[in-house]
Design a binder for this molecule. Structure first.
Ligand SMILES: [Zn+2]
Length: 89
């Protein structure tokens, strides 16, 4: 028995060696699809990574801003305290 089987593409009767999934024609077709898929996935993953990084940065930045605001509030209170001390202390 020859070690061949039919091309994996539906409706294609091309006989190809075992270990290959598609005939040359459909292999190329699927390879192009694969490449396209890969590039799309890479683009999607790149975008996701980018947005994740941005979200992380935003969190850190937000937290920093929050701290800064807390510091500002504290310093304003301190100033007010000092001011009050100066004038009414
Ligand atoms: Zn085929």
């Amino acid at each position: 028995m020859p070690k061949v089987h039919r091309c994996g593409e539906h409706g294609c009767r091309e006989m190809i060696p075992l270990g290959y999934r598609y005939c040359e024609k459909h292999y190329k077709q699927h390879y192009n699809d694969y490449l396209h898929q890969q590039s799309t996935r890479q683009a999607v993953e790149g975008y996701r990574y980018h947005t994740l990084r941005r979200a992380k940065y935003y969190d850190q930045h937000k937290r920093l801003n929050k701290d800064e605001n807390a510091d500002k509030e504290n310093s304003v209170k301190d100033l007010a305290k000092k001011f009050r001390h100066k004038n009414f202390g």
